[in-house]
Each structure stands twice: as structure tokens, then as C-alpha cells.
Design a protein around this ligand. Structure first.
Ligand SMILES: [Mn+2]
Length: 288
């Protein structure tokens, strides 16, 4: 792909996502402050971290697009993959957004920098430089603006809460909406970085150096606040591509294969509304 084409894709996708944020309705519900809240029903496919693995992404999307009414991607599209793969994944996101519109929910992960929040290691800028030379900076700026336009949480009322990391650990009436105030930024960091723990704690600082690990009580509280039964998130790489926490109230999905990760399978979910109470029935794993 030429640099000019990539720039066009990044700008168009961002414009489309900004239009979505301005709309009064999204998926028969609403999209506000980076949170999509809807009662819409139907089969939903949920995809975890991709990190430039275009090949596995295409395998999963082929199946997902055929069987699902809507598609949710949990973030971490770039970094830690081959340069061509990272750019290819962005192109794939673009075509999903342009063909499926609102039915493609493209959430932000901690590897999509923006609002002063960034992850490391972050090799995406180097991937752009390798492929496009000195225009990398313009492409990178356009990428960050796109990432800032991405929503970071989806609430299917009565069903599931989807986000990249996890719920913020402090009690708050609305911990998920981000309207760019100081306190909310800390919560957005948590949404992108938090991990579940089975340790008997409410919460503890994360060994990642950003965010927290959260215990079962935080899961119960978050599900109560949003009126859902299940948290679906990415961010960790379980050996089998998925894992459960907190009595199967939290599912982790990792949807890419290959180094530097050591998981033997990639996983995604294909969930009809009636499957939410038995999430193990809708996990599909992929290997090469
Ligand atoms: Mn992550």
C-alpha cells in the first residue's frame, strides 16, 4: 500500500467514527463519551487482541462475518507484529467499518495511543518508518487521531460488557464514560490496562506498571452498574487463547498467533443472546 492511500484510509475511518459519536442513536441505543450502550440483540462475534496478525484476523473474520449480526473488536490492533501486518490490520478495520457501519464496533486497546495515554513497547512508529520513510510522522499523527475517535466500551444491556482491559476498581456511579476530565483519564487508563485476579483482594497495583488487578467483587459491582451478566475483554495472552475468571463472569480473548506470544491457539466468541449465561458454549479456537 502507498503512503497516500494509508493516510486516506486513516482519515476516512476517523471521520466515520466521529460521525458516529455525533449521531443521536447508535445500534438502536446510544454512543456517548466513548461508551456504546444498546439493547440490540442478535448474534455477536467478539475478537480479542490482533497485534498485526492479519492472517489469523482474516480466518476469524471470515467465520464471524458469515454468522454474526454484529462484530466487536477489543483493541490492540498494532505493535508486536510484522510491519506489513500492522498496516494490513488497519486496512482491514477500514473495510469492516465501511461495509458494516455501526455493526462493526472497533474498540480501543492500550496499544492504540491517544489522550496522552500510551503503551510500551510501541513499535508501530518504527513499522511506519520502515514501510513509508519520512512520511511516517504524518501517518502516525493521523493514526493517533483515529485511535482517539475509537470508543472504549460496549454495553449490551442484560448481556455483556466489552472492553480491552477491565472495569475501574473504585466505586463510581458511571466509571466508563470518558469526557476528558482529569479524574476520568485515570479511569480510562484502567479500562485499557486492568487485569482480573483470583487473589482474594478487591484490587492491587498491576505488575504492568499501569492500572490495577481487580478481584471478583469489582466484577460483581461493574456488572451491576451496567446491567450485564458477563465481562468480555482482551489484553492478556492465555495459552489456549481464552480463559475465565471470577466464576465465568469474566472471559479473556486473545485472537492472534505467533511470537512474541506463546499461546497455541487464538480464540474468539460467537454468541447468540441466549448463550450469555454459558459463555463456554460460544468460544471458538483457531490454530494454523
Ligand atoms: Mn493490551
Amino acid at each position: 500500500m502507498r503512503a497516500a492511500r494509508l493516510l486516506e484510509i486513516l482519515l476516512e475511518m476517523r471521520e466515520e467514527m466521529e460521525r458516529e459519536e455525533r449521531r443521536t442513536s447508535y445500534l438502536e441505543g446510544e454512543r456517548r463519551g466513548g461508551v456504546i450502550r444498546t439493547r440490540a440483540r442478535g448474534t455477536v462475534a467478539i475478537v480479542g487482541d490482533i497485534h498485526g496478525d492479519l492472517e489469523t484476523m482474516r480466518i476469524i473474520l471470515r467465520e464471524a462475518e458469515r454468522k454474526a449480526d454484529s462484530l466487536v473488536l477489543l483493541g490492540d490492533y498494532i505493535d508486536r507484529g510484522p510491519p506489513e501486518g500492522q498496516v494490513g490490520v488497519l486496512e482491514e478495520l477500514y473495510s469492516l467499518k465501511m461495509t458494516m457501519g455501526e455493526r462493526a464496533v472497533i474498540l480501543r486497546g492500550n496499544h492504540e495511543p491517544g489522550f496522552g495515554i500510551a503503551s510500551s513497547p510501541h513499535d508501530f512508529p518504527m513499522a511506519l518508518r520502515l514501510l513509508f520513510g519520512e512520511t511516517w510522522r504524518e501517518l502516525y499523527d493521523a493514526s493517533v487521531k483515529l485511535f482517539e475517535a475509537m470508543p472504549h466500551a460496549l454495553i449490551l444491556e442484560g448481556g455483556l460488557l466489552a472492553l480491552h482491559g477491565g472495569p475501574p476498581v473504585e466505586p463510581a456511579p458511571d466509571p466508563f464514560t470518558y469526557l476528558a476530565s482529569g479524574r476520568e483519564r485515570g479511569r480510562l487508563v484502567e479500562i485499557l490496562f486492568n487485569d482480573p485476579t483470583e487473589a482474594p483482594v478487591e484490587a492491587a497495583p498491576s505488575p504492568r506498571g499501569a492500572g490495577f488487578v481487580w478481584g471478583a467483587a469489582v466484577t460483581r459491582r461493574a456488572l451491576n452498574i451496567v446491567g450485564a451478566q458477563l465481562i468480555v475483554r482482551g489484553h492478556e495472552a492465555p495459552p489456549e487463547g481464552f480463559k475465565f475468571n471470577h466464576g465465568k463472569k469474566v472471559v479473556t480473548l486473545f485472537s492472534r498467533l505467533g511470537l512474541p506470544y506463546l499461546n497455541s491457539r487464538a480464540a474468539f466468541m460467537l454468541c447468540a443472546p441466549e448463550d450469555i449465561s454459558s459463555p463456554e458454549s460460544c468460544i471458538i479456537t483457531v490454530t494454523r
